[in-house]
Design a protein around this ligand. Structure first.
Ligand code: PLP
Length: 391
């Protein structure tokens, strides 16, 4: 009998992150697995969304995004980076930055061409590469501060390289790429004529004075960079599914075509509300970073006290941990134990590595949670060590 399903669809598995959320719901656990807030979205955004629905902005928006949102994105980008982009030819609004990434890779990469990805990586990039037929080439971010070896990066580039995916601030490590590191990436992109695809969805979530450097601001990069971001993390509305990519006109028109036939467009009334979000004053972003830093500073010591070794993040809202002291053979069985017996869900580290063995003693927690939720998690984690049987 013929296979009912495509070969392609068998090359990757269901998302481990989303699976952990379902498992957590089944066990009534505290979900520190899938990264989304459990606190309310800003009132002003909810009002703007309701207003748009009542004003009957309920039909398809322009395929590549409502003008109000693209204009707001152009103004915000100029404000934060100094880069001037044309909202008519250089911006595409998609269903989340998730769709931005797959639309971009489909628009840029031919089957068989290589895409460089820093590892550990946000798990979507693996299937994204497979879906567009690309061959991923991994470059390792090394503990404890997740730096890469410039020689390893250089060796990953060749005539086969079509694109490189960067994610800063980074999920899962919390690394914020420095200007110097990004200069190394940029110089190789220029030398090999490679497109840089940069996922900057955590651009405003930074700690301890870390600064976000937008890759497109580096010399010669604006014309070869696709910058991806969205409202999910910055404004705490992951369910709205609004993301955007900024790219030079030729890349943008290819991305818009793929996007059009994948989804037609992102939710119209929520695009209007997203335009309001992008126009919020600077102090919104300062408060956002401050609040997340307080959450980080609540969770990290609790993890340390419970037996995890932590890699303190400088950005984004995740913390990678080392679970060696618990004596489990692998991260997946420990994650199961943690949610079933400990009542806390986290993500097995192996889901961020091409070779699962590389993440066998790692677990990722997120802290986009109310103080009470983090306290409940800390209390449950505190009971762990005594109960965890050494295996
Ligand atoms: C690095 C990174 N990119 C993209 C996404 C998904 O973003 P969106 O909700 O805009 O699709 C996430 C979500 O966790 C993420 O961590």
């Amino acid at each position: 009998m013929r296979d009912r399903v495509s070969h392609r669809s068998t090359l990757f598995r269901e998302s481990v992150i989303r699976e952990m959320t379902r498992l957590c719901q089944r066990h009534g656990g505290v979900n520190l697995a899938q990264g989304f807030p459990d606190f309310p979205a800003p009132e002003v955004l909810k009002e703007a969304a309701a207003r748009a629905i009542h004003a009957d902005v309920n039909q398809y928006a322009i395929t590549w995004g409502a003008k109000s949102l693209r204009d707001a994105l152009a103004a915000k980008t100029a404000h934060f980076t100094g880069l001037v982009h044309d909202p008519e030819t250089e911006m595409t609004v998609c269903c989340g930055s998730t769709e931005c990434m797959i639309s971009t890779l489909m628009a840029v990469v031919n089957p068989g061409e290589e895409v460089i990805v820093f590892e550990p990586f946000y798990e979507n990039y693996g299937p994204d590469a497979i879906l567009c037929g690309a061959t991923p080439r991994f470059v390792r971010l090394r503990e404890p501060d997740w730096t890469f070896d410039p020689a390893e990066l250089e060796a990953a580039f060749s005539n086969r390289t079509k694109a490189i995916v960067i994610n800063t601030p980074n999920n899962p490590t919390g690394k914020v790429f420095t200007r110097e590191e990004l200069e190394q990436v940029a110089s190789l992109c220029r030398r090999w004529d490679v497109v840089a695809v940069t996922d900057e969805i955590y651009e405003h979530i930074l700690y301890d004075g870390a600064r976000h450097v937008a890759l497109a601001t580096l010399e010669g990069m604006k014309e070869r960079t696709v910058t991806i971001s969205g409202v999910s993390k910055t404004y705490g509305v992951t369910g709205w599914r609004i993301g955007y990519c900024i790219a030079p006109p030729a890349l943008t028109s290819a991305i818009r075509k793929v996007h059009d036939f994948l989804t037609v467009g992102a939710p119209a009334p929520l695009q209007e509300a997203a335009a309001v979000a992008l126009s919020l004053p600077d102090d919104y972003y300062q408060r956002l970073a401050r609040d997340y830093q307080a959450r980080r500073d609540a969770l990290v010591p609790a993890l340390e006290a419970s037996g995890f070794r932590t890699f303190t993040p400088r950005g984004a809202y995740y913390v990678m941990t080392d679970i060696t002291s618990f004596g489990y053979a692998d991260d997946v069985s420990f994650a199961r134990y943690l949610v079933e017996e400990g009542g806390v869900a986290a993500v097995p580290g192996s889901s961020f590595y091409a070779d699962p063995n590389d993440g066998r003693q790692r677990l990722r927690f997120h802290f986009a949670r109310r103080r009470e939720t983090l306290e409940a998690a800390a209390e449950r984690l505190g009971r762990l060590k005594a109960r965890s049987p050494a295996r």
